[in-house]
Design a binder for this molecule. Structure first.
Ligand code: HEM
Length: 314
């Protein structure tokens, strides 16, 4: 029995060894034939790097300026593919869009970036807040420009979003099929204004304090939810449970109001606004891209029959 096992084992050893030998032989054989081919490929690669496997695995299409390559260039790039491969040239002219939607978005990015940097120096407490602002203005390297970039970008974003809305209105771009996106836009306007409003209190200076005092006093008169608003009393609203109380975290503008403004300003509203912006941009694509000006007809073309899908029904 023992002998058989050993023999058996020896037998196996022999076959395994043979297999290994055969494998090595095969590898050597293929190396002999592959090496010259690989060397040739590498030399070719040195002559023209765009033909190497590394290059073509990153850049997957040629760079010749043809419509097909341009489209492929856009579609195969993670950043560029956010834009459509083809667009209506007239729709993206600045004279039509004023570039205001894009500028609003750009300002939002600037605000997020400078806002995060400001958070490194700011504490939302009654003792610290105003001191932090003074520290930023006078001692922190580049603190003054950082704070002013944030402040000016906020003012500009409010102006840009109004101008964007105005241009959308003037060009009638709120009409079918863009009604839904107009409504998303209205929410974006409200959140842009709320971002500015909540940020205003954060320096805890006289300007911010009184602005928020006046603003939140207006909330007393909110229909249904304010204790001085229509139907508020009927619904049991008092100065201690109405919407103003909820905004301030109390009945006066104090430490709780500062903390609440801070959390809404830095976390709550930016997250909601970002999600809405994603939906807004996605809708622009889904609604057939930016609306574009009405097609221009030359005087010479005026008597000729119109082409296109509408022509038959007219
Ligand atoms: C944070 C605020 C907003 C951002 C970042 C934003 C961004 C944009 C961008 C980049 C476009 C592409 C066309 C262009 O730039 O003009 C656009 C289109 C549009 N936006 Fe806004 N927008 C905002 C607020 C608003 C508001 C307040 C409204 C209206 C109440 C609005 C309604 C629309 C509509 C209807 C379109 C499609 C326009 C077309 O197809 O011609 N947006 N938005």
């Amino acid at each position: 029995m023992a002998d058989e096992n050993q023999n058996g084992k020896n037998g196996e050893k022999v076959t395994v060894l043979e297999k290994v030998r055969a494998g090595i032989k095969e590898d050597l054989q293929s190396l002999k034939s592959d090496i010259p081919a690989k060397a040739k490929e590498q030399i070719e690669g040195l002559k023209d790097p765009t033909k190497t496997q590394v290059y073509t695995s990153i850049f997957r299409h040629k760079h010749d300026d043809t419509p097909r390559n341009r489209a492929l260039g856009v579609l195969s790039n993670v950043f560029l593919h956010l834009h459509p491969a083809k667009i209506n040239r007239d729709a993206v002219r600045y004279s039509y869009t004023w570039g205001m939607g894009g500028i609003t978005f750009y300002l939002f990015i600037v605000l997020t970036f400078t806002g995060v940097l400001l958070m490194f120096y700011y504490h939302p407490s009654k003792v610290q807040a105003f001191r932090d602002v003074l520290y930023l203005e006078h001692d922190v390297p580049f603190g003054k420009i950082l704070r002013n970039m944030h402040r000016w970008a906020a003012h500009l974003m409010v102006i840009a979003v109004w101008l964007h809305m105005f241009r959308v209105f003037l060009t009638g771009s709120y009409k079918k099929p863009r009604e839904f996106n107009w409504n998303i836009g209205v929410l974006l306007l409200v959140f842009t204004l709320l971002l500015s409003f909540t940020g205003y209190l954060l320096p805890d200076d006289q300007l911010g304090f009184w602005a928020v005092t006046v603003g939140t006093n207006m909330a007393r008169a909110t229909p249904l939810l304010g204790h001085e608003g229509p139907f508020g009393k009927m619904l049991g609203m008092t100065p201690y449970n109405d919407v103003r109380f909820g905004l301030l975290g109390g009945s006066i503008v104090d430490a709780n109001a500062l903390l609440r403004a801070y959390i809404w300003h830095c976390i709550g509203i930016p997250i909601v606004a970002s999600v809405l912006m994603i939906v807004h941009f996605w809708r622009v694509r889904k609604d057939g891209g930016i609306s574009g000006p009405a097609p221009v007809m030359l005087e010479a073309e005026a008597d000729k029959p119109r082409r296109g899908p509408k022509a038959a029904g007219e």
